[in-house]
Write a protein that binds this ligand. Structure first.
Ligand SMILES: *[C@@H]1O[C@H](CO)[C@@H](O)[C@H](O)[C@H]1NC(C)=O
Length: 383
C-alpha cells in the first residue's frame, strides 16, 4: 500500500471510531472511564447533592403556615436535599412606599404579597452572591426521582445552550436566567431547538394533566417523552431556579429601576405573569421542561388549606397531590417504613409500583428543530 492509501485508511478508521464514540450511549453507573463516571465527566453529579446542583434551595412559607413547613421539611429530608425558608409576606402588610410605580394589582391582595415574597428571594440571592438557587412555593410536591429527573433536565438544557460537553460553572450550563421547573403552562419558542427525552417513566399521562394554560406546545411529543424548550411564556411559579444574573435583572425590573423595562412590557402584574413576559421579551433567558417536573400537594383536612391566595369552601378533604407520577408526599409513609417500592398517584398507569432505584439513571435524548418540512432531529445527546 502507498503511504497515501494508508493515510486515507487511517483517516477512515478514525472517522468511524469518532462517530461510534459520539453516538454510543454510555451507561452512567457502570460506564466509568479512567475511574470517572460519565456523570462526573459531564459535571452532572452535583445535581444529586444537598442543594440539587444549585447553591441553595429556598422555600417561601408564611410563618403561620407551620403545617406546610412540616411538609417541605419532611419531604426534602426524605428526598435528601436541604431547604432554607424565606418568610412569605402577609397580604396587606406591605409598606405602600415600596410599591413600584407601575404596580396595578390590588396592593392588599394575596397576589401582591406573593409577588413581594418572590422579590425578597431575589434580594437574598443577589445579596448572598449565590451563583444560582432553586425556589419552591410551600405547596410544591415533587417526584421521588427528582434528582434523576433534574440530571436529565440538566443534560437537556445544557444541550440547548450548546454547552453539553464544555466545562460550565453550573451543572445546568451558564447561559440561563430562569429554569422554570414547576409550572402550570408554558409557551415554547418554536424557532429555537427543543430537546426530547424519550421513555421517561415519570412523565404524567396526558389524561391526568391538570389543565395546562397556554395550550399544548406545537412540537410532537410521544406520550412518555419529556420535552425541554426555550420559553416565550410560563404560568404559575411553584418551582423555578434562578441564576445570579437572572436575580439581578428581576430585582432591577420589579423594584430598583422598573422604568426601562416597564416601557416595553407590563411589569406591574403578578410575579408569574411578569416572569413570563420577561422571558418572552428576551430580557431573561428561560428554559422549561414539559410536562412540569413538580406538582402540588395539599394534606388532608380543610380544603381551604391548599392555598393562601384562593379561598376555598370549608370542607374536610383527603390528602391530594397533582401533577406527579410518584409523588413524594403521597409516598412518605412507604418511604419512612423503608418499603422497597413507591406507588403511582393513579391506578390506570402501566407501572403502578416501582423501585426508585430502578429510575436512578438519567436519560439522554435528541435535539430537535421545527423546520418548514416539519420536525427533524438535529443530534442525539447520550447520557
Ligand atoms: C452542590 O453543587 C453546586 C454546583 O456545583 C455547588 O455550588 C453547591 O455548593 C453544592 N452544594 C453542596 C451542599 O455541596
Amino acid at each position: 500500500m502507498s503511504n497515501k492509501r494508508i493515510f486515507r485508511w487511517i483517516l477512515y478508521v478514525l472517522g468511524v471510531a469518532i462517530i461510534v464514540l459520539a453516538f454510543w450511549p454510555v451507561p452512567s453507573t457502570q460506564g466509568s472511564v479512567g475511574g470517572k463516571s460519565r456523570g462526573a465527566r459531564l459535571g452532572l453529579n452535583a445535581v444529586r447533592n444537598e442543594t440539587l446542583g444549585f447553591q441553595k434551595v429556598f422555600a417561601i412559607n408564611k410563618p403561620s403556615r407551620v403545617d406546610k413547613r412540616d411538609n417541605i421539611v419532611l419531604g426534602s429530608t426524605v428526598s435528601d436535599f436541604y431547604v432554607e425558608f424565606i418568610d412569605g409576606v402577609v397580604p396587606g402588610n406591605i409598606d405602600p412606599k415600596t410599591y413600584p410605580y407601575n404596580l396595578h394589582i390590588d396592593p392588599k391582595s394575596a397576589q401582591c404579597a406573593a409577588r413581594r415574597a418572590h422579590v425578597n428571594v431575589m434580594q437574598r440571592i443577589v445579596h448572598q452572591r449565590l451563583g444560582s438557587a432553586i425556589v419552591f412555593e410551600d405547596d410544591t410536591d415533587w417526584d421521588v426521582t427528582i434528582k434523576t429527573q433534574l440530571q436529565s433536565f440538566a443534560l437537556a438544557v445544557r444541550a440547548l445552550q450548546k454547552t453539553e460537553r464544555a466545562r460550565t460553572a453550573s451543572s445546568y450550563g451558564d447561559d440561563w436566567d430562569i429554569l422554570w421547573i414547576g409550572h402550570c403552562g408554558v409557551d415554547c419558542r418554536h424557532e429555537e431547538p427543543f430537546f426530547l427525552t424519550p421513555n421517561d417513566l415519570t412523565v404524567v399521562p396526558t389524561t391526568h394533566f391538570l389543565p395546562y394554560l397556554r395550550g399544548v406546545p406545537h412540537m410532537r411529543r410521544p406520550e412518555n417523552a419529556r420535552m425541554a424548550c426555550t420559553l416565550n411564556d410560563g404560568v404559575c411559579s411553584n418551582s423555578y431556579a434562578v441564576s445570579q444574573r437572572g436575580a439581578q435583572r428581576i430585582l432591577a425590573a420589579l423594584s430598583v429601576i422598573p422604568s426601562p423595562l416597564a416601557d416595553q412590557i407590563d411589569t406591574g402584574a403578578e410575579f408569574d405573569v411578569v416572569l413570563g413576559r420577561m422571558c418572552g421579551h428576551g430580557y431573561l433567558r428561560c428554559f422549561a421542561p414539559y410536562p412540569s417536573l413538580t406538582g402540588n400537594y395539599r394534606s388532608a383536612g380543610l380544603a381551604s388549606k391548599s392555598s393562601d391566595i384562593a379561598n376555598m369552601p370549608e370542607d374536610i378533604v383527603e390528602a391530594e397531590s397533582h401533577g406527579l407520577m410518584y409523588s413524594t408526599m403521597l409516598n412518605l409513609n412507604r418511604l419512612l417504613n423503608g418499603e422497597p417500592t413507591v406507588h403511582s398517584t393513579w391506578d390506570d398507569v402501566p407501572t403502578l409500583d416501582v423501585d426508585p432505584k430502578d429510575i436512578s439513571t438519567p436519560q439522554g435524548g435528541t435535539i430537535q428543530m421545527q423546520g418548514a418540512q416539519g420536525i427533524y432531529a438535529v443530534r442525539f445527546v447520550p447520557w
